[in-house]
Ligand binder design. Structure first.
Ligand code: LRH
Ligand code: MN
Length: 430
């Protein structure tokens, strides 16, 4: 494997931190044993947990006002894969990358697949892009893409999505994620039903082009770039479209695409119940689609989402196989550090949700003992599972303290020598 982080250096650093880890681990082991929980089983669950990294997340992000590039910015998908490899080598829970086309398009997909194989990385969901106009594009998406009133423009957008499926097949992906910004800025500007009918019509053609073992993930979003109405604005429009299209169509939940205080964990429960939960774009936000680091603001909400996911696993819910992915924009941190931390914070929510005493919870729910039901969740949330996550990383060949090891590796300074600094501030999320 063509590792980016020196394995000898990593094992030296782990050796220094191992005894403290083993001390914490044995304390937690006896703590959990009192709850009839086997810490070894939890470590195995942590080792099997995987979350995909967005290729566009390893470059410094920005806003509509400005983007302030960091040093050693990746300039193409190959350099993005190098950075994704560092994230996986240290966290050991981010083995797959989700690309965005045409941002990551190449002439030779065999070469790209060969390169990702050499890093031990896999390809997760393919993201199409009909929210920007490309230089040589015949029809503009200014007034929409898959829902545009102009049939030629819709065909162009459909063609692009079918192209993404073909590129995805070359990389071994099994999913296409479709997020469109289509909508309106003025009341009356768009006929809501006709726009949604055009959307379903376009998506039926894309659905028809899916290989039999693929899924189509529909991503809803409340607003931006449209500021009055968005065609696929909420989970309601999303699940209606997924049901209309067929079994291979599922709904994707991007946490930042909901109004503040929306009960996202209940939306997740509904999508699970109707076998339409396709996956997640994890991030955190305070106001809009802020794309901040997962669990950095609302770790309890993220835990409650995993309570629904683990509950489905526990109940053996039919058709339950969601995919997990980060979708973040890193404007003021080193993207590699933020993505390592965020992958581990999502993993943490999962392990804490596994600790919940579900039989006790069900009993308190049936007896309407609200206080004890809530306390049962809080007890698991308040458990410090850090040593389980660190032991899982250590046993999988990763870093006990990934940020420390990353900084010690001086990877960023090293790539800054090879990658010329990006001039100007520009704007936009990537
Ligand atoms: C839209 C979105 C979508 C991606 C884009 C980069 O806000 O969440 O998932 O295509 O960000
Ligand atoms: Mn997203």
């Amino acid at each position: 494997m063509n590792n980016k982080i020196n394995v000898d250096m990593l094992s030296e650093q782990n050796a220094v931190k191992l005894s403290a880890l083993e001390e914490d681990y044995s304390y937690l082991s006896s703590r959990l044993a009192r709850e009839n929980l086997d810490i070894e089983a939890l470590v195995e669950k942590a080792q099997n947990f995987q979350i995909a990294v967005p290729s566009w997340g390893v470059g410094t992000g920005g806003t509509r006002f400005a983007r302030f590039p960091g040093i050693g910015e990746p300039r193409n998908i190959f350099e993005k894969l190098d950075d994704c490899s560092v994230i996986n080598e240290l966290s050991r829970c981010a083995q797959s990358v989700s690309p965005h086309f045409p941002w990551d398009a190449v002439d030779d997909f065999k070469e790209l697949k060969g390169y990702s194989d050499s890093l031990g990385l896999k390809w997760d969901s393919i993201n199409s892009n009909t929210f920007q106009d490309q230089v040589d594009q015949a029809k503009s998406y200014k007034y929409g893409s898959l829902t545009n009133t102009d049939a030629k423009t819709r065909e162009q957008a459909i063609e692009h999505n079918i192209q993404c499926i073909e590129w995805g097949e070359a990389l071994g992906s099994k999913r296409l994620t479709v997020w469109i910004g289509d909508g309106s800025n003025h009341p009356g500007q768009q006929h809501f039903q006709r726009a949604f009918e055009r959307y379903l019509d376009s998506m039926k053609t894309i659905y028809g082009a899916l290989p039999s073992d693929w899924e189509l993930h529909i991503e809803h979003k409340m607003f931006e770039p449209a500021f009055y109405s968005t065609v696929v604005q909420d989970w309601g429009s999303n699940i209606l479209a997924a049901m209309e299209l067929g079994d291979k169509a599922k709904s994707l939940v991007d946490l930042g695409h909901h109004a503040p205080n929306v009960n996202i964990e209940m939306i997740v429960s509904r999508l699970i119940q109707f076998k339409k939960l396709g996956g997640f774009h994890f991030n955190d936000s305070k106001y809009g689609d802020d794309d901040l680091d997962s669990g950095s603001l609302h770790p309890y909400q993220q835990f409650l989402i995993f309570n629904e996911l683990v509950d489905a696993e526990f109940r053996g819910q039919e058709g339950f196989d969601p995919s997990y992915m980060l979708d973040q924009s890193h404007n003021v941190t080193d993207p590699i550090e933020s993505l390592i931390n965020s992958a581990i914070e999502v993993q943490r929510s999962y392990i804490k949700a596994l600790i919940i005493d579900r039989d006790a919870l069900y009993e308190f729910q049936d007896k309407n003992d609200a206080l004890m039901a809530s306390a049962t969740l809080k007890k698991a949330f308040n458990m410090d599972v850090d040593s389980i996550l660190a032991m899982a990383r250590y046993r999988s060949g990763g870093a006990i303290d990934p940020i420390y090891s990353y900084r010690q590796s001086e990877y960023r300074a090293q790539v800054a020598k090879d990658r010329p600094a990006m001039a100007g501030s520009g704007s936009g999320i990537v």
